[in-house]
Design a protein around this ligand. Structure first.
Ligand SMILES: NC(=O)c1ccc[n+]([C@@H]2O[C@H](COP(=O)([O-])OP(=O)(O)OC[C@H]3O[C@@H](n4cnc5c(N)ncnc54)[C@H](O)[C@@H]3O)[C@@H](O)[C@H]2O)c1
Length: 264
């Protein structure tokens, strides 16, 4: 039986690990050909190799989503080596400010956080869209965060993720005429290298226990697995969501619903 993404070409950024890697593996298992993008070719190659070992098709591309020349090269290689591009997942993201408040955070950390999280998806979209129009359309998924809606992290991270939600809405309206749908995934706390790093920082700042922290972030008392984000991305990338565009999908284990509420 053909997969839900049979013979489609997907570019997935930040796919060396975490949510991006899980998404690349799932999309490949549904028949897509994957351009695995991360900061270095070596980092991206691990995921590409796992896809090929499982019988799928993937190439690894090293590049920085904030650099125009890199972004052009990423799109050009994906199309030249895999074929017409119809799926873009803007997943690469960083949280470089730590839990430092607005007064103390460095300008460099703020600028880099905003550049990767907000400029990156814009720049990738700008250069991928002509290729997607040539392919007859497709789907763009921008990965924001529940931090777009609540002050779950520091200023640059939360503000950049709120910006991603707005970016997706503008792109959804502008690109509908080209048969391109654009949606946002807002993950809650997900068990990845980024989340582990964040949890260690909070514990170092005096939060009582890791389980207490997790209880504040999910009604399920656990973090999400990266695969649970990947399955939501599959919905947004496939024809299952053919009438969904400009939408922000929270996959947050009830975090937003319980914000400010004592867990019962
Ligand atoms: N883990 C969570 O709890 C969580 C929650 C909400 C949102 N998110 C978002 O989900 C996305 C994936 O997060 P994750 O937890 O898997 O993180 P991760 O750190 O495991 O993976 C992010 C990847 O992006 C890559 N990357 C960073 N800067 C890049 C750049 N300039 N160009 C290309 N690649 C770059 C990194 O090398 C890394 O492999 C991010 O956008 C993150 O903000 C994560």
């Amino acid at each position: 039986m053909p997969g839900k993404l049979q013979d489609r070409v997907a570019v997935i950024t930040g796919a060396a690990g975490g949510i991006g890697e899980a998404t690349a593996l799932l999309f490949a298992s549904e028949g897509a050909r994957i351009a695995v993008v991360d900061l270095t070719q070596a980092a991206a190659e691990g995921t590409a190799r796992r896809i090929r070992t499982a019988g799928g098709r993937a190439i690894a591309i090293g590049g920085d989503v904030t650099v125009t020349a890199d972004v052009r090269r990423i799109i050009d290689r994906a199309v030249a080596e895999l074929g017409p591009l119809s799926i873009l997942v803007n997943n690469a993201g960083v949280d470089l400010e730590g839990r430092i408040n607005i007064v103390d955070v460095s300008e460099e950390a703020f600028d880099r956080t905003v550049a990767v999280n907000l400029k990156g998806p814009w720049l990738m979209t700008k250069h991928a869209v002509p290729a997607m129009i040539a392919a007859g359309g497709g789907a763009i998924i921008n990965v924001a965060s529940l931090a777009a809606y609540i002050a779950a992290s520091s200023a640059g991270y939360c503000a950049s993720k709120a910006g991603v939600v707005a970016l997706s809405k503008v792109a959804a309206v502008e690109l509908a005429q080209h048969n391109i749908r654009v949606n946002t995934l807002c993950p809650g706390a997900t068990e990845t290298p980024m989340a582990r790093h964040e949890r260690e920082k909070l514990l170092a700042l005096g939060h009582p226990t890791a389980s207490d922290l997790i209880d504040r972030m999910s009604v399920f008392g656990r973090m999400a697995a990266p695969e649970e984000m990947a399955r939501a991305m599959l919905f947004l990338a496939s024809e299952d969501s053919s009438y969904v565009t400009g939408h922000s999908l929270n996959v947050d284990g009830g975090w937003l619903a319980m914000s400010g509420v004592r867990k019962v």
